[in-house]
Write a protein that binds this ligand. Structure first.
Ligand code: GLC
Length: 559
């Protein structure tokens, strides 16, 4: 086994006495002792909303029970963790991926601080792929944490925290204090023998949009680090507490909003070009929700912390209600919208946002299975963007923004619409693609985002880790296995591309970088989670029963 570890670059991770002890998501323990109702001390991230509202009043948590009742147990026991192939003979791609991941490490003054976006020697145009992107580093960080190498993650968290403190200007306009960069670059001056840092807060990005997701990923990663190492001193340090508060101050500020969701410009997240996701994109809303819950678990109960905790609790209540009710679509809901009356006024309105049924796109009537559902891309006045976005839906499952029933329905949809949403290379970033006139209007004739390419219906291997995590959480590891098998057929042979093109994702993307780090790290994280599902606890949050969903009928729920 040690020989295998050497070959694959894997280290043995000692189990740590840490906050993970009380982790309700320790699936390996679940495997050993199914159905045992354990008295558990809850870790700090399981404080519920009601706990915060009525400080100190603890109530029992029965999160295993909720998973068990959803049939998760049956599937968890089917997990291929037990297969000899997985445990003892790692796929040759694993060692190759570790080598590639290590090659992408960026040093600053001798210390590893991140991984570059792509290490593509063949590509003439480097563009900004030689930078460390905050969002791209997340799967790298998880891979390192799962492999017992937390230092690079800690360095990254501290380095980006410093960058957050920089003064940021676009033309003459000053950005908010808490904005985290989209990326940073380390350049080496060979004469002076010094390393210099430059950061991009959106002032160099295409479209000049600040990344709203970076700050959320930073908070989510801080929790993953804390959870994995058991070292809460970093999260509790005054610098990290302040960093969190600055991010939160930006997104919890009061304004003209009538919705609890966060209003965003196009291109402010992984989809960083114009793609018609402006408004209230599900990717950002799900990350917002998850970051709020992670922050809630890490903020100290001092005077400043308490103020933010109170604001977070209020926001989470409203946010979960809004998204679970208005972003959710399934067969029943679609039929209801199809029959909506319009021009309703006042509090009795059923069609609150005055969505005109004629605006429902044709494709969705065939696409919607009898079983299954998902959170749509965007909801705002008279506008529902019915497109499927993978990241937002997976994060909704991981953060428990989706109720257990909604999580089941999302997984049902993925299984029912495998060809469209996973195809030959997992996973479609968005479905369906915008074509013809719609592509012209919505993307502004973007030649990189032509139909079934890049962000416009392209397939992104990085999403495999999120999908795998969602599969494990919902008790369907076997479908993650199926997706990983698909990736193993091609990824290495094709040189770890950034994305694939085509309806089924069969073609290496037209402008895809090779040796794209998050494609490599995403694969590794997916593999490690399947092997040891207890890793899931790093990036998953249990349902908080204090956030009661407005129950709606769903074809998936009634079975
Ligand atoms: C592209 C992607 C973005 C990613 C970056 C670096 O701009 O759209 O999501 O972070 O490349 O890989």
């Amino acid at each position: 086994m040690d020989g295998v570890r050497e070959r694959t670059g894997l280290r043995k991770v000692e189990s740590r006495a840490s906050i993970t002890e009380a982790d309700d998501l320790d699936l390996s323990r679940l495997l050993q002792r199914p159905r045992l109702k354990l008295e558990r001390k809850r870790s700090f991230d399981e404080r519920s909303l009601s706990d915060h509202a009525a400080a100190g009043s603890l109530r029992p948590v029965d999160s295993y029970e909720s998973m068990l009742s959803l049939g998760a147990m049956r599937s968890v026991l089917d997990t291929p963790t037990s297969s000899a192939h997985n445990s003892f003979e790692p796929h040759p791609m694993v060692a190759e991926a570790w080598d590639a991941l290590r090659r992408s490490i960026v040093l600053f003054r001798g210390h590893p601080v991140g991984t570059i976006a792509a290490y593509d020697h063949a590509s003439e145009e480097v563009l900004n792929y030689d930078q460390v992107f905050v969002r791209d580093f997340v799967p790298s960080a998880l891979a390192f944490l799962m492999n017992g190498e937390p230092d690079i993650v800690k360095n990254f968290l501290l380095k980006t925290l410093q960058l957050q403190g920089w003064e940021k200007k676009i033309d003459r306009f000053m950005l908010g204090e808490g904005v985290m960069p989209a990326s940073f670059k380390v350049s080496h001056d060979p004469i002076r023998k010094t390393d210099n840092l430059t950061a991009d807060f959106g002032e160099s990005a295409i479209g000049r949009v600040a990344p709203v997701d970076s700050g959320f990923w930073w908070i989510i990663l801080l929790r993953a680090y804390t959870k994995s190492t058991g070292d809460s001193t970093l999260a509790e340090s005054p610098e990290c507490q302040r960093g969190m508060r600055l991010i939160l101050a930006l997104c919890l500020s009061e304004g003209f909003d009538t919705f609890p969701t966060l209003l965003c410009a196009d291109g402010c997240s992984m989809i960083d070009r114009r793609m018609g996701i402006y408004g209230y994109p599900i990717e950002i809303q799900a990350l917002f929700f998850m970051a709020l819950r992670c922050a809630l678990s890490m903020l100290r109960q001092d005077a400043e912390g308490k103020e933010f905790i109170a604001r977070i609790v209020k926001r989470l209540h409203a946010l979960s209600y809004h998204i679970r009710s208005y972003f959710w679509i399934d067969f029943q809901q679609l039929n209801d919208i199809y029959r909506y009356k319009t021009e309703e006024y006042s509090h009795t309105a059923v069609n609150k946002f005055n969505v005109i049924p004629d605006s429902i796109p044709d494709w969705i009537f065939d696409f919607m299975p009898a079983r299954g559902g998902y959170f749509i891309g965007n909801v705002s006045p008279a506008r529902m963007d019915f497109r499927w976005f993978a990241l937002g839906n997976c994060v909704a499952i991981l953060s428990s923004l989706a109720t257990p029933e909604q999580s089941v329905a999302i997984m049902d949809l993925l299984e029912e619409r495998w060809d469209q949403l996973l195809g030959e290379m997992p996973l479609k970033i968005a479905y369906p693609a915008l074509e013809s006139r719609e592509w012209q209007i919505v993307t502004g004739c973007d030649p990189k985002n032509t139909r079934w390419s890049y962000h416009n219906g392209g397939s992104w291997p990085v999403l495999l880790w999120l999908f795998t995590a969602a599969c494990i959480k919902t008790g369907r590891p076997q479908i993650a296995r199926r997706a990983i098998d698909l990736a193993e057929n091609r990824l290495s042979k094709d040189g770890w591309p950034e994305y694939y093109d085509g309806k089924l994702g069969r073609y290496i993307g037209k402008q895809a970088r090779k040796f794209q780090t998050w494609s490599i790290a995403g694969y590794l994280v997916a593999k490690m989670m399947l092997e040891d599902p207890s890793h899931l606890g790093m990036i998953s949050l249990e349902e908080d029963k204090a956030m009661k969903p407005p129950i709606k009928r769903s074809a998936s729920w009634t079975i």
